[in-house]
Design a protein around this ligand. Structure first.
Ligand SMILES: [Zn+2]
Length: 356
């Protein structure tokens, strides 16, 4: 990760660790064109008795507009005859370590296809960096399927949609916008010829009350069975299904379980396999869980795990419940989870479900 995130290597020459300059990992910002965002800054000074004369953000005025509490960035004709670089002043405090709340406003004014770097200069020397992530908006179509499965009885028993706004917020962190969002009902208690469909009462897929997500229907995995039912109900003239290229989120009223080492383990949701483009939500699901499962379905594995879980899908792993990442479970510890990381943005934005 260090290798990937320190290209080029930034160092803070005076901030020493074991007598060596500290490596500096710049933050990444992914922001839509023409949208202004506000940033807070943390500043560490080498010597508060010998304050720098000038602390500025240097940026290309054709790339973005930046202002700070000191005002809008201005050109410096002497330093830059082409006048393309503007400089926005940052407040210099007398503390050796201080935070400037909501100090900087940035608006990116053009399409970025490759990452860009903005520099902070302290008396003309590099003192900080901000990376701008490509800002081309990607689009995702989502279908929320309220399933009427009615396993236990013949009454109407349809799933309830949850978590769409959470998903929308998390996806926006990597500039993925929900394009078409449909909500439909899928009744699977009847076959197309109106005869009763009793497939979901087969002992291979239910214990009589809950759905067995490890189970199958005549050899077909339950998740594949649901996809085929959806396709059947919404066929396209070319033989495909209307929602084949949508993220498919199925909502059930029923409870569910998986079979693990012979035991039935209750589950509220499952997004399987990773990148499988579909997720299944059951009784007891929370809004934040829906977003988490949807992220599994698009491209992401968990943010935690052991060394043996490291692979191409989950190249970087942390300890369980220790991060604020959406793909962790800090919420079970009553902590907020809100973040997706830059390497996850790369994976999400590579999903073949997305269009530009
Ligand atoms: Zn998960």
């Amino acid at each position: 990760m260090k290798k990937e995130y320190s290209n080029p290597v930034y160092k803070v020459p005076w901030l020493l660790k074991d007598k060596k300059p500290t490596d500096y990992f710049a933050s990444w910002l992914c922001v839509e064109k023409d949208k202004e965002v506000t940033l807070s800054l943390r500043v560490q000074l080498k010597d508060k008795k010998n304050l720098p004369k000038e602390l500025v953000i240097a940026y290309d005025k054709t790339l973005c507009e930046i202002s700070t509490k000191q005002g809008k960035g201005t050109e410096n004709e002497k330093a830059d005859p082409a006048k393309n670089t503007h400089y926005a002043k940052i407040t210099i405090d007398k503390d050796d370590d201080y935070k400037l709340e909501d100090e900087v406003k940035i608006k990116v004014i053009k399409d970025i296809n490759t990452a860009q770097t903005i520099k902070v200069l302290c008396d003309d020397k590099e003192a900080g960096f901000l990376k701008l992530y490509p800002n081309i908006v990607k689009k995702l179509n989502v279908v929320c399927v309220k399933v009427n499965a009615s396993i236990r009885n013949k009454n109407e028993n349809t799933g309830i949609i949850k978590g769409k706004s959470n998903l929308e917020i998390y996806l926006l962190e990597s500039l993925i916008k929900i394009n078409i969002s449909e909500e439909i009902t899928l009744k699977i208690t009847l076959n197309s010829d109106k005869t009763p469909n009793t497939d979901l009462r087969l002992p291979t897929v239910t214990d009589g009350t809950s759905i067995n997500m490890s189970g199958n229907i005549r050899g077909t995995k339950f998740s594949d069975y649901m996809d085929s039912k959806l396709k059947q109900k919404f066929p396209m003239p070319d033989g495909s299904g209307k929602y084949d290229k949508y993220l498919r989120l199925y909502f059930f009223k029923e409870k569910a379980f998986i079979v693990d080492k012979g035991n039935n383990v209750p589950i509220a949701r499952i997004g399987t396999p990773i990148g499988g483009e579909r997720g299944f939500m059951f009784d007891g699901i929370s809004d934040i869980d829906v977003a988490h499962e949807a992220m599994h379905a698009i491209a992401l594995g968990h943010a935690f795990g052991k060394n043996e879980n490291i692979n191409a899908t989950t190249p970087y792993l942390y300890e369980y419940m220790r991060t604020e990442n959406v793909m962790d479970y800090a919420n079970l510890d009553h902590k907020e989870k809100y973040a997706t990381w830059k390497w996850q943005w790369d994976k999400l934005r590579n999903s073949k479900l997305l269009t530009e």
